[in-house]
Ligand binder design. Structure first.
Ligand code: GLA
Length: 415
């Protein structure tokens, strides 16, 4: 059976209502408000954020919703309904114990940012308690950044509760929330990810992608009006298992960080021009006995992906989608052959999309499972989903799941 499975997509109003209903049922009173933060797709610029590179994500409509009220004591009661779960995950803990080594797993994503916001001085150091009910429409483990959506939704909520409505409109506050969410993921959860996901979850804008330059910390919005060009981004969740907390992501990042430290640079990109970066990588490999061919391929992915992304941003500005699509295919090839972070399911999606005439296709996010995206004419969205479902059935892979991605707003108060 190869009928495409489309992921359910409720409206933000329905999701908000669900969060409020769950809150009231669990805690017996009404929440103060609901805040939301989205998942993302990355159009191009993969595995370069931690190297001082440049990325081009946009925020999804699919978001995480947090119904919350402050408490008078230092107790936190929290529950989280994840997509497709029939029971919420629940916990009750002291608000003073949210740092590294004190919480782990989903609680690290949800509450670690509160610890990091306190450390950064954005929340008062006194440990205030909260009642929290979370619902999420960002599919879990799909490489669409469900983790950052939870981090950024909770962080945005507690900051506005403490600083007042409208605090999120302030750029410096948003930047501080982004930094706190990244710190929580790195230090509380223990996943050595870069800042791509948290940046777009806070800074998404309807109809725009976001070019983020991690060497300068600057970002700007790039129009991404697919609809008026009769185009769409189809997201294909490969349903291959995916986790960034395992060692694969860290091992890729480890080589890039090691070469960077060897040169005493702040990022790989800061080492110098491409020739200087390749030379530094070879010297590092020789001095440590690391595999020089492997080192060269890892670094080559990062170097070529940064230059592809810079070109792709210019193509998008000119609305030259053919050139943009070519860059997407080249990005996937590099992630497959040089960085080796794809899996057979992701490669099959991209090959099938290409065979059926997609303008571009590539894996998106950290890889090792997760999702791919395809840039297709709107009329081709459903036939493309059918073609991909068919090729999965033929390959005897678990069926993929689909959604259509729309560039959407970042973190916000919903109610
Ligand atoms: C994950 C990480 C990001 C980024 C991507 C790959 O999504 O969280 O920081 O490194 O992988 O581009």
């Amino acid at each position: 059976m190869s009928t495409p499975h489309w992921l359910p997509n409720r409206t933000s109003q329905e999701a908000c209502d669900a969060a409020l209903r769950n809150f009231e049922r669990s805690y017996g009173y009404s929440a103060t408000g609901v805040w939301a933060a989205p998942g993302r797709v990355n159009l191009i610029g993969e595995h370069v954020d931690y190297a001082g590179g440049i990325c081009l994500p946009f925020a999804l409509e699919q978001s995480t919703y947090v119904a919350i009220s402050p408490r008078d004591d230092d107790t936190i009661r929290i529950e989280s309904w994840l997509p497709s779960h029939s029971e919420p995950a629940k916990a009750e803990l002291r608000a003073g114990n949210l740092g590294p080594g004190e919480i782990s797993g989903w609680l690290g994503y949800a509450l670690g940012p509160i610890w990091a916001l306190r450390e950064a001085g954005l929340l008062s150091p006194s440990a205030r308690g909260y009642d929290v009910a979370i619902v999420s429409d960002v599919p879990l483990g799909s490489g669409l950044s469900s983790s950052a959506a939870i981090e950024c939704a909770v962080a945005s909520a507690v900051v506005e509760l403490e600083k007042g409505d409208g605090a999120l409109a302030d750029d410096a506050t948003r930047t501080a929330i982004i930094q706190a969410a990244i710190r929580a993921e790195n230090e509380v959860v223990g996943a050595s990810t870069g800042g791509l996901d948290q940046n777009i979850s806070l800074q998404g804008k309807s109809g725009f992608a976001l070019a983020i330059d991690f060497s300068t910390g600057q970002s700007y919005h790039v129009p991404c009006d697919l609809e008026s060009h009769d185009l769409a981004i189809l997201v294909i969740d490969s349903n291959a298992p995916h986790s960034l907390a395992d060692g694969q992501y860290a091992s890729r990042r480890g080589i890039i960080d090691a070469v960077t430290h060897y040169c005493q640079a702040s990022t790989l990109r800061d080492i110098g021009d491409d020739t200087a970066i390749y030379a530094a990588a070879q010297q590092w490999a020789t001095s440590t006995g690391a595999d020089s061919d492997c080192t060269n391929r890892r670094v080559r992915h990062v170097v070529t992906e940064i230059s592809r992304t810079l070109d792709a941003i210019e193509s998008l500005k000119r609305a030259d989608f053919q050139a943009f699509g070519c860059a997407m295919y080249a990005s996937h090839k590099s992630l497959k052959e040089d960085y080796e972070v794809t899996v057979s399911q992701l490669d099959l999606i991209v090959d099938t999309a290409k065979d059926y005439g997609a303008i571009g296709a590539r894996m998106t996010g950290g890889g090792f499972g997760g999702s791919a995206i395809a840039l297709v004419p709107r009329a081709e969205v459903h036939p493309m989903a059918q073609a991909i479902s068919r090729s999965f059935a033929q390959a005897e892979f678990a069926p993929p799941a689909f959604l259509q991605a729309t560039p959407s707003p970042g973190a916000r108060r919903e109610r």
